[in-house]
Design a protein around this ligand. Sequence first.
Ligand SMILES: [Zn+2]
Length: 341
Amino acid sequence: MKLDWTDIRGQQRAKTLLENALEMDRLHHAYLFKGLSGVGKRLTAHSLAAVINCQQRPEGDFETPCGECRSCRKIAGGNHPDVVTIEPDGAYIKISQIRDLQTEANKQPHEARRRVVIIDEAHTLTTEAANALLKTLEEPTTRMQLVLVTDQAHRLLDTIISRCQTLRFAPLETDDIQAILRERIDTSDAFDSVPSDQTVGLAAGYGEGSAGRAWQMLESGLLDERESLVRRVIDQRAGRPASLLDLAEDLGRSNDQLEAQLDILKLFFRDVMLLMAADDRDRLVNADLDDLIDQVTDGLSLEGAADRVEAIFEAEERLERNVNPQLVMENLLPRLQLEEL
Ligand SMILES: [Zn+2]
């Protein structure tokens, strides 16, 4: 993990705010980083930890943790004893985890100037845990910097939000996402061969503002299978329940893959809608599948395409609520097929 402030792409506003606060020595004791997942919130939190604790940072320079001192190296390696991430234990962050944090908060940091505690997926705090955390938020200490991270801020208690300074992280531009993907490809062994520029561009489009989502799509390897996936789904032929069940079982096998598959289907039907409503081929994410898009556009009304996008959104919500994937797909697939193609 690189921890240079300047490597965080597309979040100039959040960075400037933090830099100014650092410069004036007026960091808020608790920040809430909110915004889409995969746009740099955690990276920024770790970079903040590095800037605060770098042992060789030139006086008054808040842009560059050195990246080489003991502190920087430990933070980058994820093994600094004073830079701690609290994550959901199962589905929730539990009160015992917050109590442990409070015990630590009463002690001096092991070796850091200031302990940095990152509460990831903060919306998963149980009510008890959130109420316990309120206490910590109400009694700030210079020994500890808190950063809450969430992509679902609406699920946080108002009392928590009001005691933090909120920094909103914007969706990323496609160019930034492409640059991030290329950097990650360089250091990843996930690919047998380097993905083409076209594939990287396509994945960036699928990210819809999130580098994390774009990466997931790229890594899934499913981009090459878009056409066959769409064809299988729309051409199920009404009255062939056996094949539908097979397909549901096939697609419902792995949650990660399924997420990517639903994304593909969603953006495909959205392209269909876009073409029907605006006839704007430049904005199609799947511009390379224009033959198939044209074919489906001919056999569908705008309303029919919108219904399909809606059905996919509903399926995603059900998956998020932990409904069995195969059930979700058995419900979804009949709503996607086309009578004629
Ligand atoms: Zn350093």
